[in-house]
Design a protein around this ligand. Sequence first.
Ligand SMILES: [Zn+2]
Ligand SMILES: [Zn+2]
Length: 349
Amino acid sequence: MKAGVVYAREDIRYEDRETPKAKKGQVLIKVKYTGICGSDIPRVNGDACHFFPNILGHEFSGTVAELGEGVTSLRVGDRVAGVPLVPCMHCEDCQKGHYSLCKKYRFIGSSEFGSFAEYVVVPEKNVVVFVDNISFEQGAFFEPATVALHGLRSVSYQSGKTVAVLGTGTIGMFVLQWAKIFGAKKVVVFDIEKERLDLGKRLGATEGINTLNPDFMEEAQKQAGTSGFDYVFETAGNTATMKMAFELAGNKAQLGFIGTPTKELCFSVKEWENLNRKELKLTGSWMSYSSPFPGVEWDYTSVYMGLGELKVDDALIFRKIHLSQIADAFKLYQKPGAVKGKILIDSEC
Ligand SMILES: [Zn+2]
Ligand SMILES: [Zn+2]
C-alpha cells in the first residue's frame, strides 16, 4: 500500500509499505479521508513524534476491508469512522470509564500506525459505523465533533441558557452546533476573522463577535444580558481567549476549557479573581470518550450527523490534498495563518 511515512522532523515521504493484516479482534479499514489535526503539526514540523518511521493520522473515515478472527459486529463494506484511542481497559481510570484519562493508552496515528495511508488496522471497538447519507468527507470529522461534545458534557449543561464559544476552529464550530442541538437559548461565537464568524452564524450561532473590535465586550454584554454568559467554552487555547472566558462569564457560570495552551500563561490578580467573585466553575476537557467505549460522544455524532443537524459545512474544509502530496500539505502549516480550516488527506489511490 501507499503511505505517508514520517522519518524525521520535516521529513514525511510518500512510499510503499506492506499492507497490514487484521489480527484477532481487529479490522482492516480502507481509508478514504483523514483530517490533519492541530496535534499532527508538531509531530511533523516539530519534535512531538514518538518514534520513526511512523504513520500518523487519527481523524479518518473509510470502509471495512477485512475482518480479523472473532469480529462479529462489523461487515466488509461498512462505512466507518475511526476511533483513535485504544485504552488499556485495566487501570483505575479505565475501570471507572474515564478512558480519556488512561495513562497506558495506545493511540492510532501516534503510538500505533495511523491513517495517512491506504489502509489502517484498528481493534473492532475502534470504529463507528455510519449511514449512507453521511459522506466520507463528513466521516473524517467524527473525531473533532466528539471532542467538542465531550467538552460540552464536561460542564453540567442545561438547555435554555446563554452560551459563548471562544474560537471558531473546527472544534469551536462543533461546540456551537452541539450547544444549539441541546437547546441553547443563544450561542454567541467569538473570533478575529469575519469569514469564520459568518460561517459560525451559518451553522446556527445567534451572533458572531469580532474581538478585534475595541467595543466587543460591550457588544458581548448586550448579547449575554444581566451578568454575563451562563456557559463559556474556550476552544482556541490562547492566553487572550482564556482571559476573555473569565470576563464573559456571568455569576455562577460554568467554563469548559477545551483548547490546549501552547504558551506559558500569566493572569493578573484581577483577571483570576473573577473565578472567586463570580463563583465560577471551571472544568477542563480532554479527548472524547466515555463508558461504554467509545461513548455517547460517538453515538450522538453518528446520529446527529446522519439527521443533518450536526453540519459539516464545505467551508470547514480548507483543501483536499491527495496522500501523494502529504509533504506539501504539512509545509502549508509553516506559514502562520495560511491554513484556514481543515485539510483532508485523500487516501484513494
Ligand atoms: Zn485530533
Ligand atoms: Zn487504562
